[in-house]
Design a protein around this ligand. Structure first.
Ligand code: MN
Ligand code: MN
Length: 436
């Protein structure tokens, strides 16, 4: 398989953070990585990973140098905007059976209606049995959110785009009552439940202990006559996760300890035990230190403070159809190479982690030495909007960190666009970074 085929398989087989972590472990183990919990000591050359609740993972290659001198860290996130299934989701309304959802992350709600959707995730029964769910990816079963026909949409079309599809109406059509039900209340709903019970071995109450994510159905595609682009769900930020992971799997820096962090919950503020606004990195680094030279609080602080990190996250590509939103000379272009963002944030850089000029100079030098194509950019015009990444949570430890990733068109849409050449530039950049 070539690099783009591998990238597309990574996207297709990892539409949720759990699926993604499972795929990452499979790839890492094939490259000689072991679960750190199965090791007692570590020596230079060892490769290990540390997993948090099946949703975040940190991978390390142990270098021969002192770990107190810091690590080279690539950090990306593996959660993407989607619709989560509620805990009491099933209902029937006038003969149509629905599944109720609650959206996750920043979405334009109107983009999620009238396209085929799939349900991925897990249901954990009271007896602890975990059922993996992946429904809606083949042609024999699909799910969809309906919308009103244009002929009757006069009122709807007068509303603003943020209002005309309400969050509460993002409910999937999953079944239908029938004439044979003879007006029996909720007959369609009961029938759907019995099919679910047969297919998955779960009952209605089991939705209470489930994590089911509604995502666009279907596989990634090559985009354009020339195959120069990729059209797929969840490229924010699995394009950076994949390229970061491959860079670490192929890492040849045997002197400095290197790390690839792939975390959950970035899209809702890096919260929780699997997000970057936690001591996940600190815990993972502590486990490494404990097996190398013994845990020591001061050593851990030095290990983190002296690290360098690329917060590998995507950037808004310049969009010629919405040109007025960009400062063109400070915008990243699709196909223009990997993107460095000195700072993110919104308005007066609020919420930004602003990288040091000295660090950027080191990176420029490393990129130029390896012939990596890169561009310096910010996201949109000054007052247009903005956002944050995991960079600031790494910066908390005092390490050098900058945002660096792939330009994306239609970011956060069900189907996002990237350029093949940028995927390659990102990987080349991450490999060059690990080498410094
Ligand atoms: Mn992102
Ligand atoms: Mn995002």
């Amino acid at each position: 398989m070539d690099d783009i085929a591998r990238y597309r398989a990574f996207l297709d087989e990892g539409k949720t953070e759990r699926e993604c972590v499972r795929k990452i472990i499979e790839l890492a183990e094939a490259h000689g990585f072991r679960n750190i919990e199965d090791t007692e000591t570590l020596v230079p050359g060892d490769k290990v990973y540390f997993v948090q609740y099946s949703k975040s993972i940190a991978l390390f290659t142990i270098g021969s140098g002192s770990v107190e001198e810091g690590m080279n860290i690539l950090g990306a996130h593996i959660d993407s905007p989607r619709l989560d299934v509620k805990m009491n989701p099933l209902y029937e309304s006038d003969g149509i059976v629905y599944l109720d959802t609650h959206y996750y992350g920043g979405i334009k709600k109107y983009q999620w209606v009238t396209l085929p959707l799939a349900i991925h995730g897990v249901v954990v029964r009271r007896d602890g049995e975990k059922i993996e769910v992946c429904l809606g990816e083949d042609d024999e079963m699909a799910f969809c959110i309906s919308d009103i026909l244009p002929h009757m949409a006069e009122e709807q079309m007068k509303k603003t785009a943020s209002e005309f599809i309400a969050g509460e109406s993002l409910d999937l059509v999953i079944g239908l009552g029938s004439d044979e039900d003879d007006g029996e209340k909720d007959a369609g709903r009961k029938r759907v439940l019995s099919i679910i019970a047969e297919k998955l071995g779960i009952e209605e109450k089991d939705f209470q202990s489930a994590e089911l994510e509604v995502v666009p159905a279907g596989r990634s595609k090559m985009l354009g006559f020339d195959g120069s682009m990729i059209l797929a769900y969840g490229q924010d930020d699995r394009v950076c996760a994949f390229t970061s992971l491959e860079a670490l799997l192929e890492n040849t820096n045997d002197e400095r300890t290197c790390c690839c962090l792939l975390v959950d919950k970035e899209e809702i503020g890096s919260v929780g035990a699997t997000g970057m606004d936690s001591v996940f990195l600190e815990n993972a680094a502590s486990e490494v230190l404990a097996r190398l030279s013994g845990y020591d609080g001061l050593k851990l602080r030095r290990m983190l403070r002296n690290s360098r990190m690329l917060s590998s996250d995507v950037n808004a590509a310049y969009d010629p159809l919405n040109a007025s939103l960009y400062d063109k000379k400070n915008a990243s272009t699709l196909g223009g190479g990997v993107v460095f963002n000195k700072y993110t944030g919104s308005r007066g850089k609020s919420g930004a982690s602003d990288a040091n000029a000295e660090f950027i100079a080191t990176l420029r030098s490393a990129m130029d030495a390896e012939g990596v194509r890169y561009q310096m950019s910010e996201m949109g015009k000054v007052d247009t909007g903005g956002g944050g990444t995991i960079a600031k949570y790494a910066a908390y430890y005092g390490m050098q960190v900058i945002d660096c990733g792939v330009a994306v068109l239609s970011m956060h849409a069900p189907w996002e666009i990237t350029a093949v050449s940028d995927v390659r530039s990102a990987k080349a950049c991450y490999k060059a970074f690990l080498g410094i």
